[in-house]
Design a protein around this ligand. Structure first.
Ligand code: GLA
Length: 401
């Protein structure tokens, strides 16, 4: 009897290890760096090794970034004679396993990219019809994260295609975060949590090139229009499964104020934080933004609730993110082209949110205020908050009981 009980326990334990829960793989939004936004397909081993080194020396790793992800363009143009994917031998002369080992040796996790269709978006071999063998190959290289795109997938059913790859990854027995990149075309927020840990909610944040970002400045068609699409799907995100409004453009050409706003908004959205800048040559301003631990802590808050739009008037928008222990984060964004002064009388406001059971009446409960960019305590909610916010900039506050 005792023996039967022991083997039953062992069986249950191994079934549990096998069916790794998404909560375990990404209890908070994944953080990392991805090659695409800055380098597109112009990647190779020496360049990327220098990025791995800079990931560590810049303090990104110590600020909580974990994944180092190779996006499109790492492969050769054809599968080999056995039908296996191969790393482009010119770009990665030592092969992908050696590169993955290098990433791991520096204390990071390794991510890679492919596509559910017949070819990737940049025209390299896609995974369609090779799901299980590709998953096994990635596991043998030590891949910890797979971004799976949606180009050249005409006639495919999105949900089925992503579920198939999800099963293939699980069958390897290696925990691999699965990042669904189907751009929100088939409402992945409804079914994505069954397949993976994060799903893109929109098209690309691009333009990718710093010059066009500079020309477009604040790029409202990107950062702000992406923000405006998130409110109606916020309830689908939660611990272990995240809405992904695309990777970061911090350090790629917007102004410092705009970069600060972009990063603050992504943190409020509980978005995966995938930096996409040149880590080797980043400015002090960029580093300060990407490694602000107080702001990152809002993104990584264990309650796992995405912010909601509380108020918008005359170009000032206020986002509220409920946090663990009844705390709150509040972001004031100046979307307008002129400097504006906010005068926010907390006592006149009640904040309610069904998704997180939040019900706050500031006339009854007082909170301490901390400015997360100035790193300063700035009083309590008993007094109106007054501050001038430059155009396209933000003020980010944490409210603690
Ligand atoms: C799509 C994705 C991008 C990037 C490119 C690579 O556009 O949405 O994030 O991965 O493909 O080709």
């Amino acid at each position: 009897m005792k023996k039967l009980f022991t083997s039953l326990v062992l069986l249950l334990m191994s079934a549990q290890t096998f069916a790794q829960k998404s909560e375990d793989l990404a209890p908070t939004p994944p953080m990392g760096w991805n090659t695409w936004n800055i380098f597109q397909t112009k990647i190779d081993e020496p360049l990327l090794k220098s990025m791995v080194d800079a990931y560590v020396s810049s303090g990104m790793r110590d600020a909580g970034y974990t994944y180092f992800v190779l996006d499109d363009g790492w492969m050769g143009m054809e599968r080999d004679a056995n039908g296996q994917l191969v790393a482009d031998p010119k770009k990665f002369p030592n092969g992908m396993k050696a590169f993955a080992d290098y990433v791991h040796s520096k204390g990071m996790k390794f991510g890679i990219y492919n596509c559910a269709g017949t070819k990737t978006c940049a025209g390299y071999p896609g995974t369609r019809g090779h799901e299980y063998e590709d998953a096994r190959l990635y596991a043998s290289w030590g891949v910890d994260y797979l971004k799976f795109d949606w180009c050249n997938a005409e006639g495919q059913n999105a949900r089925e295609s992503y579920m198939l790859m999800s099963k293939a990854l699980k069958a390897t027995g290696r925990p691999i975060v699965f990042s669904l990149c189907e751009w929100g075309s088939n409402r992945p927020w409804v079914w994505g949590a069954k397949a993976g840990q994060l799903w893109r909610t929109t098209g690309d944040i691009g333009p990718y090139f710093a010059t066009s970002l500079t020309k477009d400045g604040w790029t409202p068609q990107n950062v702000l229009s992406i923000l405006d699409k998130q409110d109606s799907i916020r309830q689908y995100a939660g611990i272990g499964h995240w809405n992904d409004p695309d990777m970061l453009e911090v350090g790629n050409g917007m102004t410092v104020a705009e970069d600060r706003s972009h990063f603050s908004i992504w943190c409020m959205l509980a978005a995966p934080l995938m930096a996409g800048n040149n880590l080797h040559s980043m400015s002090e301003d960029t580093k300060t933004i990407l490694t602000n631990k107080e702001v990152i802590a809002i993104n990584q808050d264990p309650l796992g609730v995405e912010c909601f739009k509380y108020y918008e008037f005359d170009g000032i928008e206020i986002l509220v993110k409920p946090l663990a222990k009844g705390d709150l984060a509040v972001l004031f964004i100046n979307r307008s082209d002129r400097s504006q002064t906010v005068n926010f009388d907390w006592a006149a406001h009640i904040i309610q949110d069904k998704t997180s059971n939040t019900d706050v009446d500031f006339s009854k409960t007082s909170y301490k205020l901390r400015d997360l960019w100035a790193h300063k305590d700035v009083g309590t909610t008993q007094k109106a908050f007054r501050q001038t916010i430059p155009s396209h900039d933000v003020v980010m506050l944490k409210l603690s009981k």
